[in-house]
Design a protein around this ligand. Structure first.
Ligand code: FES
Ligand code: FES
Length: 186
């Protein structure tokens, strides 16, 4: 007979420590903190570091509003558990500027007025910064001609749109976002 069905005594619940210390290097500053194992990088940045630039749009890896740079690579921070990132270097939109000087991508977004409500903008900017590096490193996109992908990838408007396709803008500011990125490339 099934002992579970009889409500057999299975002993005490195992003790699970659901928190662990992690050290993160966020925007150039080293911080050690204890994180809940369920906390994402996005939640940790917003709620523990007070860095609210990255936004929780979908919380499912579909909109890109939460994009930040981890080790220089763009990631959806809503999909990444903070406890897995011990020792990681993270750059958010707040960490892109050099003192009073905006990052060139930030400056281009301002000059092109590449936003409307601005909700997606921090993610768009971080994604663009990561995307430009990926192209410079010769990493092809889905539409890159494999015969020419032997060095830095030239970014025309189609390449920019393809590479930025993970960042949605509900206001439809896409044309000016592309123009801003083209300005940086020039
Ligand atoms: S909030 Fe992370 S992809 Fe939408
Ligand atoms: S500017 Fe409003 S969602 Fe992009």
């Amino acid at each position: 007979m099934d002992s579970l069905a009889l409500g057999a005594d299975l002993g005490p619940e195992p003790v699970v420590d659901e928190h662990s210390p992690v050290t993160l290097f966020v925007n150039g500053e080293e911080t050690t903190l204890t994180v809940d194992h369920r906390a994402t990088v996005l939640e940790t940045l917003r709620e523990r570091f007070g860095l609210t630039g990255a936004k929780k749009g979908c919380d499912h890896g579909q909109c890109g509003a939460c994009t930040v740079l981890v080790e220089g690579r763009r990631i959806n921070s809503c999909l990444l558990l903070a406890v897995t990132q011990d020792g990681a270097t993270i750059t958010t939109v707040e960490g892109l500027a050099d003192g009073e000087s905006l990052h060139p991508v930030q400056q281009a977004f301002v000059e092109r007025d590449a936003l409307q409500c601005g909700f997606c903008t921090p993610g768009q900017i971080c994604s663009a910064v990561g995307m430009l590096r990926e192209a410079a490193d010769g990493r092809p996109s889905h539409i890159t001609d494999p015969d020419t992908a032997t060095g830095p990838v030239a970014l025309d408007a189609d390449e920019i749109r393809e590479r930025m396709s993970g960042n949605l803008c509900r206001c439809g500011a896409y044309p000016r976002i592309v123009e801003a990125i083209e300005d940086v490339i020039e």
